[in-house]
Write a protein that binds this ligand. Structure first.
Ligand code: ZN
Ligand code: ZN
Length: 200
């Protein structure tokens, strides 16, 4: 079973399907919220809170689930694939975001209106999509925007120093939890091989 899951989570079809499914989950949950609310702006605000909150989730999962030693070896091994092969297709099973999303909406519905839970969790799913897409592009594109150039170097340094710089779309939680590493020029030596740019 474990081998089957590891095989699936390293497959190309699961990788791209995951990206689509994560974005779709975010959008569909927001639409669910719109259909049952009379205050669309409240739904939009909660959705944005969800997207922003994902910066904490990406930090927590990467720092504490993928890089700390614990009994859930499947997460550590799955993520180790990415460190061995940065151009691999490692991703959670494609249905994870929808499945976990519905579970969280079900739980949150006990403490808030369901329309708000859909907006908030939809935002988290969209944050997850943003995380996946940013990571995909970081290994495959040159960026013009300085913020993305910064994130690219920030993440490449993580590949060299796996206990540092765990954020992907933001560095704030590395600064808060003291895992931020400010690189110098020589830290970036040899990191070009982490970037595979398609020839035009
Ligand atoms: Zn990476
Ligand atoms: Zn890592």
């Amino acid at each position: 079973m474990k081998d089957l899951i590891l095989k699936m989570t390293a497959s190309k079809w699961n990788y791209y399907l995951s990206l689509i499914a994560d974005g779709m989950t975010g959008l569909v949950f927001l639409i669910f919220s719109f259909r049952t609310t009379d205050d669309i702006w409240a739904s939009c605000a909660l959705f944005i809170v969800g997207v922003a909150s994902f910066t904490f989730v990406e930090y927590a999962a990467h720092a504490w689930l993928f890089h700390k030693n614990h009994f859930l070896k499947i997460f550590i091994e799955g993520h180790a694939h990415h460190h061995q092969n940065p151009f691999g297709y490692d991703a959670m099973p494609f249905f994870s975001s929808a499945l976990i999303g519905f579970l969280l909406v079900g739980l949150l519905s006990y403490v808030m209106p369901q329309r708000d839970a859909f907006a908030l969790i939809g935002g988290l799913a969209m944050g997850y999509f943003n995380y996946g897409l940013t990571h995909h592009l970081i290994h495959r594109r040159e960026f013009k925007l300085p913020y993305y150039q910064y994130l690219q170097e920030f993440h490449f340094v993580h590949h060299k120093k796996p206990r540092k710089n765990h954020g992907m779309t933001a560095d704030i939680f590395d600064r808060i939890f003291n895992t931020y590493y400010q690189w110098v020029e020589e830290d970036l030596e040899g990191l070009e091989k982490l970037k595979r740019i398609k020839k035009k």
